[in-house]
Design a protein around this ligand. Sequence first.
Ligand SMILES: NC(=O)c1ccc[n+]([C@@H]2O[C@H](COP(=O)([O-])OP(=O)(O)OC[C@H]3O[C@@H](n4cnc5c(N)ncnc54)[C@H](OP(=O)(O)O)[C@@H]3O)[C@@H](O)[C@H]2O)c1
Length: 289
Amino acid sequence: MSQLTFTLNDGNKIPFLAFGTGTSHFKQDVTEPASLAIEKGFTHLDCAQVYQNEDTLGAAIKASGKPRESFFVTTKLSSALEPGDTVSDALRKSLTRLGLDHVDLYLIHGPRVSFKDNLKETWKGMEEAKRAGLAKSIGISNSGAPEIEEILSVAEIVPAVNQIEFHPYFLSVHGTTYELNKKHGILTAAYSGLAPLHKAKGGPLSPIIDQLVETLSKRAGKPVSPAQVLGKWHQAKGNVLVSTSSKAERLEEYIAIPTLPDLTEAEVKLIDDIGRTHFFHLYVGILPV
Ligand SMILES: NC(=O)c1ccc[n+]([C@@H]2O[C@H](COP(=O)([O-])OP(=O)(O)OC[C@H]3O[C@@H](n4cnc5c(N)ncnc54)[C@H](OP(=O)(O)O)[C@@H]3O)[C@@H](O)[C@H]2O)c1
């Protein structure tokens, strides 16, 4: 199945759906779950230095037998640089673990956590890593207005992506981060994007999602799931959706999202309006509130 892609501000393409190797796979061997995701059609694989599984993600990529160009691999600079290391040195270590000669996207993982005192220099290092061909695109994660503005004050290359927690229950506070990303041509990648369906279950969106499940199922002529409805909301927002699962059925459900009929503007607005009435934040302290 060919993947829906968005075009980044540097001209590179990024697949809409990503399979993540953090959260439930954190510090776990991901050879099996990542192989399953690849088998189910995921090409965008999201990893990080701190997940401590770049090596087994690399093993799954290799075992697939598919050419390197068929994958979009993201990893993240999570920890402060080791003494004497540049950003490129840290990325080379990740690449060795992944068994690759470049990543498609390299992100600063936690600017407020590990790079508070040297964010500008770290961004300059990210730019060097891109110029050296070690990363095709570079970006940030967990960044609000202060981090974005600090980076932009020195950037020759504007971040291509800002990967943040993002779902309708985030709009009341972080709708502005999404808008700021958009203003600067930075694509929002949403992690925990399906949280309203499980981690924040039973909120005010529940009846609306149920209603849209019915509407969209009729429009599609086949059953549509709540995750697919929320996935269509992310697609309409132009977000990359970074999710994960160890279950074949859920991976199949997610990968089918782009093939389903789109939500109308009114339906997207309905989700926005109800989402704004309730705030839920999973990763407290990572993004400013
Ligand atoms: N940049 C960052 O700081 C950051 C932070 C967090 C996450 N991430 C990335 O984003 C990826 C996804 O994050 P996420 O796990 O928070 O995404 P998510 O899409 O919100 O949640 C996926 C998880 O929810 C479970 N799940 C799905 N549907 C469910 C249901 N109906 N009932 C109960 N559980 C259900 C899945 O388990 P099953 O295996 O049972 O399907 C899976 O573990 C991570 O792996 C990582 O790559 C990045």
